[in-house]
Design a protein around this ligand. Structure first.
Ligand SMILES: *Cc1c(COP(=O)(O)O)cnc(C)c1O
Length: 386
């Protein structure tokens, strides 16, 4: 649901929310996430055009932004046909916000969550992954209890060392079991290689994904021989989608970070340009203020570990080369400012090292059109980790 002016009524600046629509950027209360709406829209349109040209369906991963408003924009202007979620509660947040087709790109095994998943299938088309016979049976019981139908993908362990089956024969056997289960329909295969997304060299990344493509192709062929040709083969992320899209095997890509980008994706090698950030705009920044300066090269800003994830490295200061974000503690960031160029109160835009786990730490996105706040969007599925 969009947080228009009505839904912001009664919310207090600096306590509940970091900004009001209409404010200038320099008035926004920090630390908070800001989204350059022109950059976001450009990224969404670009991916729409690229996936349409490649002839694959685009189902963006909503775990990255966790925002109903952005999911809606991805449908309206970005060519999205459904979205991905990682958790049942996250999928619920999207369905409550009006998204009608959600793929949970993950295994679900807890009884409470299976029941919620089955209930959610009353209101939307719901697809989920399995990698075990017991998972198929539990899912079928949940669907039968609710009287709903759940679409099911068999997940291949595509080299990322996480969930999924490794053998095609197992994938075929699981597909048979799904087909034979009341309340379930067999939707196809998921083969997502998360650990390949951030490989810096394009050639090395392509080589890793080629293995995943080969694996998916063999499984699909064996399914076809069994009379169970998969309608959907889904996978791919921001680092690799060009490979999956061009494979002739994958029918759908699940890119998430492309909408915002981040410092780590900005470092890896792109297709036609030396860096991904030359092709894609940084649409997300963490806005921070200088709160103290020692006059000897060190500024202290109000964005530390509680408002960003540094698992993929420290943030980059957007649009400046004279200052560097050098260290983070709980509530402070240390910025090297050798020329003592910064003043207390001055604001900096930080490009987060890793967008997904940074977004999850915030309640709001402040949408900017140029230097002016246009909208506030809640991080709708914040905390929805179940
Ligand atoms: C996170 C994730 C994606 C999207 O990855 P990005 O790198 O953000 O594009 C796609 N598929 C699955 C299964 C994921 O977990």
């Amino acid at each position: 649901m969009s947080a228009g002016p009505d839904s912001l009524a009664g919310l207090e600046l600096g306590y509940d929310i970091p900004a009001h629509p209409g404010m200038a950027l320099h008035e926004v209360v920090t630390p908070c996430l800001v989204v350059d709406l022109d950059a976001l829209e450009s990224n969404l349109r670009r991916m729409k055009a690229a996936t349409a040209a490649a002839g694959v369906r685009l189902r963006p991963h909503g775990k990255m932004h966790k925002s109903v408003d952005i999911a809606r924009l991805q449908h309206e202007i970005g060519g999205a046909q459904g979205i991905c979620a990682q958790k049942v509660s996250e999928a619920e947040a999207f369905v409550r916000g009006g998204v009608s087709d959600v793929l949970i790109t993950n295994e679900v095994r807890q009884p409470v969550l299976l029941a919620r998943l089955a209930r959610l299938a009353r209101d939307a088309r719901i697809t989920v992954c399995v990698d075990a016979y017991e998972a198929v049976d539990a899912l079928a019981r949940a669907a039968q209890a609710e009287g709903t139908e759940i679409a099911v993908l068999v997940e291949l362990e595509a080299g990322g060392g996480r969930c999924g089956v490794t053998k095609s024969e197992t994938a075929v056997a699981l597909a048979r079991r799904i087909v034979g289960s009341e309340g379930l329909s067999f939707a196809g295969l998921q083969a997502y290689r998360g650990n390949a997304q951030h490989i810096a060299s394009r050639a090395d990344r392509a080589a890793a994904i080629a293995e995943t493509v080969a694996q998916a192709r063999i499984a699909a062929e064996q399914l076809a021989v069994a009379g169970l040709a998969p309608a959907t083969i889904t996978g791919g992320g921001t680092g690799s989608w060009q490979e999956e899209a061009a494979s002739g095997v994958f029918t759908e890509v699940q890119c998430g970070s492309y909408a915002f980008m981040d410092a780590d994706y900005g470092r890896i090698e792109g297709a036609d340009a030396p860096r991904l950030d030359a092709e894609w705009h940084n649409a997300l920044c963490l806005l921070t203020s200088v709160m103290s300066h020692n006059g000897a090269g060190r500024a202290v800003v109000d964005a530390g570990l509680k408002v960003q994830s540094v698992d993929s490295g420290l943030p980059q200061v957007f649009g400046r080369t004279d200052v560097t974000y050098a260290a983070a503690s709980d509530e402070h960031g240390i910025v090297h400012d050798p020329a003592n160029a910064l003043d207390v109160g001055e604001k900096l835009l930080l490009v987060p090292g890793h967008c997904d786990p940074t977004c999850n730490l915030h309640d709001w996105y402040v949408g900017l059109r140029g230097d002016r706040v246009e909208c506030l969007w809640p991080v709708s599925a914040r905390g929805k980790a179940y």
